[in-house]
Write a protein that binds this ligand. Structure first.
Ligand SMILES: Nc1ncnc2c1ncn2[C@@H]1O[C@H](COP(=O)(O)OP(=O)(O)OP(=O)(O)O)[C@@H](O)[C@H]1O
Length: 295
């Protein structure tokens, strides 16, 4: 009993040491670590991050094992490495500082979503796709969700404009300079055009699917994005989600699908969507030829 009392006393003494500034301190550190993780996830700096972790681990180990020369060498590497990292990641650091400057307090820890803008983007996309499908004009659009396509945007032209049917028709017109590649939409706004996407690694895809569809499926395999495609050959509209392709969609079905995927109504809908997604994945596993069936 006395031990318990002493223990409680120690805990209480510690609690008395905690001040409001400690919470602010922890909050700021959590924010910095969060932004660094996001930065690493968005860019291709994962390998560099692994290298840094390895060097730090080696430094700690050399100190533990008293390998003085190795420790000295690694210590100097870390000292100069900090400078090298700042130079190496100058564009990313600049972008992060810009984002911190631009973000509103409420959006700091989450992605700012603009349902009205997304709704508008869906309407305009459906209108454009109906017309592009009729004229058999190829189109490829990526609607980002949690995973960002910053690396793909770097391969094309970065933009910041709202989605309009006329603009999409112009972008995908086969004589327009940006018609090759994908248009990327983030939070209902076009953030890139003429972007190169990762191709699908699925060797069982139907042979009648061209590179546009393979890129669309690839993007959906590598991320949680929703990809809408118009075939240049047939004018057929398709949507890829999680590596699954739904083909031969009518504009109304496209609209319903985009709404379901991009505008989740409430948590119940979310869980339904998750169940449907898992079901589709299970079906995909069961399909022997890997063909992505349409509706
Ligand atoms: N990796 C990629 N990322 C983005 N877009 C791509 C990629 N590869 C190809 N494309 C797009 O696909 C177009 C060429 O594809 P392809 O010639 O196979 O089209 P297609 O025969 O009309 O096929 P589809 O029926 O899939 O439209 C390119 O003009 C380009 O716009």
């Amino acid at each position: 009993m006395e031990h318990l009392y002493q223990f409680m006393q120690v805990v209480l003494n510690y609690l008395r040491l905690i001040h409001v500034t400690d919470f602010i301190d922890i909050g700021i550190m959590a924010f910095i670590i969060y932004r660094v993780i996001i930065l690493i996830r968005r860019s291709s700096s994962g390998q560099v991050a692994k290298g840094v972790v390895l060097i730090l681990a080696a430094l700690w180990l050399s100190q533990l094992l008293k390998l003085n020369t190795v420790n000295y060498f690694l210590g100097k590497t870390v000292e100069w490495g900090v400078l090298a990292l700042v130079v190496l990641f100058q564009p990313e650091i600049r972008k992060m500082l810009e984002q911190v400057g631009n973000s509103r307090l409420g959006n700091v820890f989450g992605k700012a979503e603009a349902p009205d803008e997304i709704e508008h983007a869906i309407q305009q996309t459906v209108e454009a796709y109906a017309s592009l499908s009729k004229s058999k004009t190829g189109a490829l659009m990526v609607f980002e969700r949690k995973n960002l396509f910053d690396d793909s945007i770097k391969t094309g032209t970065s933009l910041d404009c709202s989605v309009s049917s006329e603009l999409l028709k112009n972008l995908f017109w086969n004589k327009a300079p940006l018609h090759d590649g994908a248009v990327i939409v983030r939070n209902g706004r076009i953030v890139g055009a003429g972007c190169v996407l990762p191709l699908s690694g699925n060797v069982n895809l139907s042979r009648d699917l061209g590179m546009r569809h393979r890129a669309g499926i690839g993007a959906s395999e590598h991320s949680d994005a929703v990809v809408a495609i118009v075939s240049e050959e047939t004018g057929s509209i398709s949507v890829a989600v999680g590596g699954m392709l739904k083909r031969h969609l009518a504009p109304e079905t496209l609209e319903r699908l985009l709404r379901n995927e991009l505008l989740p109504k409430n948590e119940e809908d979310e869980s339904q969507r998750f169940k449907l997604f898992n079901l589709l994945k299970a079906m995909k596993g069961g399909q022997r030829d890997g063909e992505h069936k349409g509706e």
